[in-house]
Design a protein around this ligand. Structure first.
Ligand SMILES: *Cc1c(COP(=O)(O)O)cnc(C)c1O
Length: 225
């Protein structure tokens, strides 16, 4: 399948999920996750109209950035080691995996301008996943105030690995609830208007539950390695 074909199919599903829940499809941004595919395939995605690219390793992001440059917006979506921040900080538009103060400090120090960050929350509390526990998130966000190069644009989560669609839905709902708690704080540096949630297997549920950024790898660009 071409990326174009996949993208059309996905947009149709998004539109239907929006119709079911009275949302505007324009509020949902598709991040093409290209970590499993070549630069050529990433290029095909851009030619098909994708404007957001996500990578989870600094090497992968830098290799693709070299070719695609600033024609697209760059999203760092994986665990980010503090020592890698300096490699990517001038290239990325969004970091989806802010989950500790030491990382916030490093981003703050290395950045030359404000960086849009999602605070990653491990709503499902699976040990294998990174991110803050739900009940730690508000105090964590409060403690980001001194790091003035960080803007908390939203929250990010990964749903549990399960076939149980209701468990997945509950996870996304909890993130939405937490977003409302953060917004109620009225922090200038944490408008928290966005929700990064939903991947290939669960993006329709995520859209129904309020996602504004969905991160699609396999279903959009496929998996070559
Ligand atoms: C790999 C990855 C994705 C995309 O996964 P697919 O299931 O292939 O869509 C989304 N988010 C994160 C954080 C990832 O690491």
């Amino acid at each position: 399948m071409t990326v174009q074909d996949n993208l059309e199919q996905i947009k149709k599903q998004i539109t239907e999920a929006c119709l079911r829940t009275d949302r505007n499809p324009q509020d949902i941004h598709i991040v093409a996750v290209t970590k499993y595919v070549s630069i050529e395939r990433a290029k095909e995605a851009v030619e098909a109209g994708v404007i957001h690219i996500g990578e989870n390793r600094d090497e992968g992001l830098l290799a693709k950035y070299e070719i695609l440059g600033n024609d697209v917006q760059w999203h760092f979506i994986g665990t980010l080691q503090s020592r890698k921040v300096k490699n990517i900080i001038d290239k990325v538009d969004y970091i989806h995996s802010l989950d500790r103060l030491s990382l916030a400090k490093e981003i703050h120090i290395r950045a030359h301008q404000k960086v849009k960050c999602f605070v990653q929350v491990n709503v499902s509390e699976e040990d294998s996943k990174h991110g803050l526990h739900t009940e730690e998130a508000v105090s964590f966000i409060r403690s980001l105030e001194p790091y003035t190069n960080i803007e908390v644009v939203g929250l990010m989560t990964m749903a549990p690995f399960t076939e149980d669609r209701e468990l997945i839905r509950n996870c996304f709902r909890s993130l939405k609830q937490l977003q409302q708690d953060v917004q109620a704080l009225n922090l200038a540096y944490a408008p928290c208007t966005e929700l990064s949630m939903g991947m290939s297997n669960d993006y329709e549920i995520a859209v129904e539950e309020g996602a504004t950024f969905i991160r699609l790898g396999t279903t959009l660009v496929g998996k070559e390695f």
